[in-house]
Ligand binder design. Sequence first.
Ligand code: SF4
Length: 464
Amino acid sequence: MEAVALKDRQNQIHVKGQAPFNITCNQDSLAGAVSQRACVFCGSRVVLYPIADALHLVHGPIGCAVYTWDIRGALSSGPELHRLSFSTDLQEMDVIFGGEKKLRLALLELIKRHTPKAAFVYSTCIVGIIGDDMEAVCRQVESETGISVIPVKSEGFMGNKRAGYQAACDAMFRLIGTGDTEKISRFSLNILGDFNLAGEIWMIRKYYERMGIEVVANITGDGRVDDIRRAHGAALNVVQCSGSTMGLADMIEEEYGVPSMRVSYFGIEDMSEALYDIARFFKQQYPDDPEADAIMENTKTLVQEEVSRLVPELEQYRQALAGKKAAIYVGGSFKAFSLVKAFRLIDMQVVLVGSQTGTKEDYAELEAITDPGTIIVDDSNPLELTSFLKEKAVDIFVGGVKERPIAYKLGIGFCDHNHERKEALAGFEGMLNFAREVYSSVMSPVWRFVPRKQKTENLPPAVG
Ligand code: SF4
């Protein structure tokens, strides 16, 4: 590998086939490395944000609220309170004398004005420093208003983005177990870790309906407080973005005995496997129940119909894109597995794959499914990514909002697989959208006018 990497980060980069697999990951970012990761507060905000009928109040300076305002682009089929960003706007005098009074007044005013189903109050760095007792204020407002007011312990400096996911899971867990579960079907599930970008959760819900399965709560996309309260009554938690919500699934399993299953809704292979795994789960639970047999039959019909419709349409893109190179850098590594498979389906080669928050097991799995020479990287930064993209001469980079400018500055195509996208990429329809988008970006005539920057240009020297 010729690419540039900070000396202290070299064990977070692995090139398949060059050395035995032993990547370092799941640790705090190296100071000064300009990690692509967000802070703990931001991590909690993205997970809780899609609960559309809750009030989300950021206790801190206005900048923290602005930074995460409407952050996910998660769509709602009803209320849109989540899209407003409220802040206590802490100022110098609040920092000196404390912000508890301001927080209480803000909560009372907002609850009166918006009548939310619940309120989440996020702590930010400065709140952790001045030591406001958010728990006490939330308890007091809850008793005054009768609305669940839940503190989210998400001081930005408290760890890395994964700590924010856990803080969000801890906060949501306080709601679970407080709703009536009497009429929930035996064949039911909760959807965790899909954020309803571009309406994807609505597509996935339709698949479950066609299979004959009741969805109790969309916990992280188009979410509703009352549904989350009943989530412990579902038979299964189906977890997609495992980095962000596996902690919640584990807590529900421990407290209420609801098992969980990791799935991915991206790509034909993983989408089909997810539906079959769920059908098999119910068949194992109720081996002699005709309803479980019907679910399996419905699943087979659904997958056959969708795949037979999709494959001929994909063929034109596969032929045009065969042999092109792709790079992937996403938040959670589980999504990366599906992307590797999705690119393979259209005959493209993945030459770089990385994530902000992957675990050692995740990276080992990535190592197993990628080709020799593929760069696998944990918690990367713009300098490294730029260097990898040049070295591998990629045709398209898949990432989120912070990766987009890196691609465009290098004169290569980009596919947004995160917050800002407006096109559904999940499900069977999503695979077709994905292929179409990759095709449009890679083959766009615009690249004739934007010279691609190659590795032969002067690279900055290795530092560290
Ligand atoms: S919580 Fe801290 S790190 Fe996060 S946005 Fe606010 S000030 Fe920045």
